[in-house]
Design a protein around this ligand. Structure first.
Ligand code: UDP
Ligand code: MG
Length: 151
């Protein structure tokens, strides 16, 4: 089963949007597999965003992301990465359709309230980075996922 790393950024936590974001992933049918409230160090964030190191906005991104606690989560389920990105909307909230998390709750690319992994490999890298002690997935007894069909 696919996993993705979803993180409510400091502005999302401060504005009280954590529950709303959790609700959307729960109601879509994904399984909450790990969750933490953490005030991340700049070192951790620089590692998380290592592929953006050369971008002009990198210093301000690290400042923003280290400005307060974040809520990091692992969500598990079919196509979790791609669907998670769809649920988030576009990087720039102005391009995000209403109904998406960014399209419903923000207007600034530098304050876009939520992170979501962009590929299965980056999801696994991010999960290992933020949850170094590992993440255990408990089998669901009452699942909306089909027990009998796989495609
Ligand atoms: N970002 C920014 N200015 C930009 C592009 C990105 O401030 O021009 C920030 C924004 O908060 C974004 C984060 O950097 O969410 C990471 O950028 P990425 O391209 O990975 O976008 P994402 O995957 O978050 O949609
Ligand atoms: Mg990204």
């Amino acid at each position: 089963m696919e996993r993705t790393y979803i993180m409510v950024k400091p502005d999302g936590v401060e504005r009280g949007i954590v529950g709303e974001i959790i609700k959307r992933f729960e109601q879509r049918g994904f399984q909450l597999t790990a969750l933490e409230l953490i005030h991340p160090s700049k070192e951790l964030l620089e590692e998380h965003y290592c592929d953006l190191k050369t971008k002009g906005f990198f210093p301000s991104l690290i400042e923003y992301m280290s400005s307060g606690p974040v809520v990091g989560m692992v969500w598990t389920g079919k196509d979790a990465v791609k669907t998670g990105r769809k649920m988030l909307g576009e990087t720039n909230p102005l391009n995000s359709a209403p109904g998406t998390i960014r399209g419903d709750f923000c207007i600034e690319v530098g304050r876009n309230i939520c992170h979501g992994s962009d590929a299965v490999e980056s999801a696994e890298r991010e999960i290992a980075l933020w949850f170094p002690r590992g993440v255990k997935t408990v089998a669901r007894t009452h699942s909306i996922h089909s027990l009998f069909y796989e495609n």
